[in-house]
Design a binder for this molecule. Structure first.
Ligand SMILES: [Zn+2]
Length: 438
């Protein structure tokens, strides 16, 4: 008799009941394949790839939270399989790519809150019980404008396109994974902390908004396993080596004459070097979180047991979640870097992470002059808050001149308080935006 025949015929009532459990059903055929730039058109080793969006995606593409702006690019219809696979360098591709990256950014943060057991919804700023309207996305929403923005008043994201230097190939900001993730992050954070985007908030509060944009681009890249693998291969698992990850908006940066991305996340700036320039201040925070990511990844690596790319994917997902939860827990107005850092320390402690996690956060942010290092173990004890080190001067005003389009929109300013020169400049931005809108 063959052994397995004996097993099949065995009527033993003490057999493991788990063995008789029905296998889970296959998932319904929801979800769509999309073709997207997985980093930036200029990052050739990554290129355009298919990705899967596991939810209902309708013609447009659109879903309950994200919809195409109108008038805009003609709605893209799914194919017979419900997929949106259209060739690059077409308006339809741009519509699909932009939708997909906005969706992935929102999904990433929804997942991070779910994983933490935090029942925090991520509404758009205008959402209420009566208003569930989606975020509108205009991939070609600012012709001949070298910028992109999130507008609360227009409930939308708009992306510019331009020809660098007046000739050459047109650059579409919507094709940059980083720029789309960055602008979406402004929308996500504005839904949670509406006072943070106002121009009369302290400089560090503005810096948190810009930094969250850039860090969201980094965390979203690392939410894709193939990008983790590409990064590990490019850097031999050394996150401080030059890579596509720390260079944000590569093609845009090249068009502006920068050798690398628009901002380099792997920097050594400190708060006392940054002044009131929100863009510079944001780089301090972004750089510190990037350093913490590199530290935690190096700490968690164990190539004898687990693939580096899988570890990086897991570590980045956790730290992105810690960042979002810390921002949620920070004050609703005038939040400082030290507020957020202390919340990050509290969260990694409450999550039961190894003490090294808190040590990395404390070390990197004290090196950046954000917090005092504290002394010895006392600084790691639960409930101990680290003192802020370099603070905004009382009454300091934000200088948003080098920030993305969102931070420069006049809707976030209190016009009555603007000096005459700044009011005129704000008016010019309004005119340019109004004239450029489709
Ligand atoms: Zn921005």
């Amino acid at each position: 008799m063959e052994p397995h025949a004996l097993l099949l015929d065995d009527p033993d009532p003490t057999a493991d009941p788990a063995a008789q459990v029905e296998p889970p059903p296959l998932p319904h055929a929801f979800g769509a394949r999309v073709l997207i730039w997985k980093q930036d058109p200029s990052v050739k080793e990554i290129g355009a790839r298919t990705a899967f969006l596991p939810g209902v995606v309708l013609a447009g593409p659109r879903d309950a939270r994200i919809a195409p702006g109108e008038p805009g690019i003609a709605a893209v219809e799914p194919n017979a399989f419900g997929d949106f696979l259209v060739p690059p360098d077409t308006p339809q591709f741009d519509a699909v790519h932009t939708f997909a990256v906005v969706r992935q950014t929102l999904t990433m943060y929804q997942r991070s809150l779910s994983a933490a057991g935090a029942a925090i919804p991520l509404p758009w700023q205008w959402n209420s019980g009566a208003d569930t309207s989606p975020l509108r996305v205009f991939p070609h929403g600012l012709p001949n404008v070298m910028n992109a923005f999130y507008s609360r008043a227009q409930a939308c994201l708009r992306f510019g396109d331009f020809v660098p230097g007046g000739d050459g190939a047109r650059v579409y900001t919507c094709r940059s994974f980083d720029i789309v993730a960055h602008e979406t992050a402004h929308a996500v954070l504005d839904g949670l902390k509406p006072r943070w985007l106002l121009a009369d908030a302290p400089p560090q509060t503005g810096g948190l908004h810009e930094a969250f944009g850039d860090l969201s681009a980094i965390f979203l890249a690392l939410a894709q396993l193939d990008q983790c693998e590409a990064l590990v291969a490019q850097t031999k698992a050394r996150l401080h080596d030059k890579s596509f990850l720390a260079d944000i908006a590569e093609q845009f940066g090249l068009a502006l004459g920068s050798g690398a991305g628009l901002r380099n996340a792997d920097n050594d700036l400190t708060l006392s070097q940054a002044g009131t320039q929100v863009h510079a201040i944001s780089r301090v925070f972004t750089g510190a979180v990037y350093d913490v990511l590199a530290d935690v990844f190096a700490y968690e690596r164990d190539p004898e047991r687990e693939d580096d790319a899988a570890v990086l994917h897991r570590v980045a997902a956790y730290l992105g979640g810690v960042l979002l939860r810390a921002l949620v827990a920070a004050p609703d107005s005038a939040a400082t870097y030290a507020d957020v850092v202390n919340e990050m320390l509290r969260i990694v402690g409450a999550d039961g992470r190894p003490p090294a996690y808190g040590g990395f956060i404390r070390n990197q942010f004290s090196r950046r002059e954000v917090v005092e290092a504290g002394s010895g173990n006392a600084a790691s004890l639960p409930g101990v808050r680290l003192a802020a080190r370099v603070c905004d001067a009382p009454g300091a005003r934000q200088d948003r001149s080098a920030c993305c389009g969102t931070m420069q929109l006049p809707e976030y300013r209190h016009a009555a308080r603007l000096p005459a020169g700044e009011a005129a400049a704000a008016g010019a931005v309004v005119g340019a935006v109004a004239g450029a809108a489709p």
